[in-house]
Design a protein. Sequence first.
Length: 659
Amino acid sequence: MSIPSRRAAVATLATAVALVAAWLVPALAPAVVWPLLLVVPGWAIVALTAPRIDGAGRIGLAVVVSVAISTHVVYWLSHLAGGYGRDVVFLAAAILAAPIPIAAWRGLRPPQPRTFRAGLPGLVVGAAAALVVGGTLMANLWRVTPTGVVSGGSNWSDFGVHLSIAETLNSGGNFPPEVPYFSGVPLVYHWFADFHAAILASSAGLFSPPAMVVQSAILAAALALLVFSLARRLVRGRRARRVATMAAALAVFAGGMGWIRLVGDVAAGAGEPLALIARNSYDNQWLTDWPYFRIPSVMSTGLLAHRATTAGLPILVGAMLLLVAGLPTARARAMGRRDHTRTIALAGLLGALLAPFHFFFLPAFPALALAWVLAGGRLLDAAAPRNAAALLAPMLLALPFAIQLLLHSNGTDAIQLVQGWTAVPRDDGRAGVAFFWVTNLGLPFILALVALGWPRLRHRAFLASWILGLFLVPNLVQASVIDFDMNKYFQAMWIAVAILAAWLMRNWPLPALVAAFALSIPSPLLAAAWTATSDFQVISREELAAAEWARRETPPEAVFVTDGWLNSFTDAAGRRRLTTFAPYIANLGYQPDERISHVTTIYCGGNTDLSATLMRRYGATYVVDGARPSPCGAPVDFGSSPRFELAYGAGPRVWRLAD
């Protein structure tokens, strides 16, 4: 046996032994399996593609490519295997570990530190992003207190959705997934970020929140690294690294001027600053009087609450970085730069795999790609057909998810043309609208607009298209029942805003830079502080005990009737339920009214036979008799009928259909 073959055999054996050990001892999975789901396959694919991208960008790409590839591999393997489970996760891990023996056979060594020297400032910003996001979520994503479970900030209302997706998947009773909070219909939400977290948790035998914390922290770091690398490539020149560092910091940590509400509250004597921060989001705060703040920063919701954006935004930026690196402009090509077809194809692949991670960003990628092609003068040259095929052919992989979305999203009038984003307050006239945009998007947005007026700016047309195109989408189209959701396009726009603002500040003296950042970063950091310190209770201690009972004593495929409130112990138990907050259901394209009416009848129709009939219609076998819909005309006494038996009574009573 040759030396390369011996090395490959040893690496294969060591990998197999490690995977077997992690299977038998789940506590080993974070050290053995998680790197295969978060870094290894992406690093190998990027190395094989060999794009002209710096070390910082390659690390960021390794993460987003690994997250995208590993989730899709587990998804399709689960279909082939007839179900999703820990065994499928380990089979996928074994497949994703293939680069290890290949690297050993070829005698490849780990990258040397000097590979990352130029990207060191980006690595520092990425580490800071991981620390802030990971630390914030670790402190208060799912915190058990003497009175119950607390989830801070916007996660009070949002996290139950994500938790229910991950836990119903890992319970073994929900694949292909139905909507956990509207049981019986396919899940057409962009759910793959939660699926990836479920995969991480399943491998280690964990409850999913700790895996979500680690995943979010790593993806936040990847976003900073990718913005750093993209900015460095677009700007070039002597100050490129400085611009890239500031762009990465602005992309993650900067936002609007919501902090002025805190100043006003303190000045008005509304309370102590720390108490005010724990009670209020000073980045995005609805239901307030003027001044209005309704556009959250990337940090506020994109990295701390909206998990689809946590994964989708770095994947989008990674795909654009690959395209920019692989497809030079006509001017650069005339100077000797060549097209890199493999890099262009990888950009198309990453853009296609984005589909179930973030449906809002899926159409944004080809739109931004077209902007790059047009601005670079590459639309009609001789290589255009080849490059278009390399970029667009992988988009076929997005079709199964896009078709499913279109087939099941025709139950509402969510997609409609609008004349301006409907969340913008208009009562104060044009001046009030202008004030809203300036204060909500903040100083970086103003600086970016000023930078676009500079004729010496490289790639000005492309960056202008990035900002203008994504700014216009929410102002022309509403693709969600909740108009607030369209703010995701402003967060994608923010990447170009950060690059342009950083470029304008490239020669500023240190005091001016400090002042600019001091005006730009307080709101996102205040939102992080609000998320880390607020004490909004999700479920009570009694409901937590009920969740443990349901996980232990009810079948994984069991369906519960609940009162339809935002949060339920069924989310933590990994069990499906019939209803939740109606707009969450309508956002998926389903009409919730009839089912909500029937749930009300189950609780308040005064007839146990009718309640049982309706439960059987929806496949529900348990009814939670805690809070009830309001008003409740004729409360049903489930204990009065032999058709129901008490299954759990230590807290919220749970009745089971006896027949």
